[in-house]
Design a protein around this ligand. Structure first.
Ligand SMILES: CC(C)(COP(=O)(O)OP(=O)(O)OC[C@H]1O[C@@H](n2cnc3c(N)ncnc32)[C@H](O)[C@@H]1OP(=O)(O)O)[C@@H](O)C(=O)NCCC(=O)NCCS
Length: 118
């Protein structure tokens, strides 16, 4: 976790150029997503759900908001570098794996690159 921390921090400056979406229930944050749109391409930086709320539709709700936002900004495709453990989630949402990239943790760990036509 220490190795990936620099990549995981959400810095205030991200939200100058990127769009943040928060899922809340009674004032408690259940998850969040951050997406960036450059011309006709959208990039999903983050999508995280609180572990005690996994498999209750929060991730799908956040992902739907992400794609709505990207389409409204005229993006034609959405890409992300995901965690292998989230592959099933993204595939269920229609994304396809188009490649892979090395994780910053090293050790040969590879992360899937996923894409969705919007
Ligand atoms: C991946 C993540 C965002 C999914 O969020 P979630 O709120 O649990 O997802 P949903 O409840 O909307 O799941 C919708 C469907 O996706 C699939 N799915 C969800 N999590 C899955 C998993 N870990 N493995 C396989 N399929 C999964 C299931 O088909 C699920 O439907 P079902 O519960 O009816 O079977 C969440 O598990 C998470 O935050 N994980 C840790 C961080 C992470 O990996 N984020 C992605 C970084 S790229």
């Amino acid at each position: 976790m220490a190795l990936v921390l620099p990549d995981m921090a959400v810095l205030p400056e991200f939200l100058r150029d990127e769009y943040g979406i928060v899922a809340e229930e009674a004032g408690r944050v259940l998850g969040y997503a951050i997406v960036r749109v450059d011309n006709d391409s959208a990039f999903l930086r983050d999508l995280f759900v609180e572990p005690d709320r996994f498999r209750q539709g929060v991730g799908t709700a956040l992902f739907t908001k992400v794609t709505d936002y990207a389409r409204n900004r005229a993006a034609k495709k959405l890409t992300l570098g995901g965690d292998p453990n989230a592959l099933g989630f993204y595939k269920r949402l229609g994304m396809i794996q188009v490649g892979e990239e090395p994780s910053i943790v090293g050790g040969g760990r590879m992360l899937p690159i996923m894409e969705l036509d919007l």
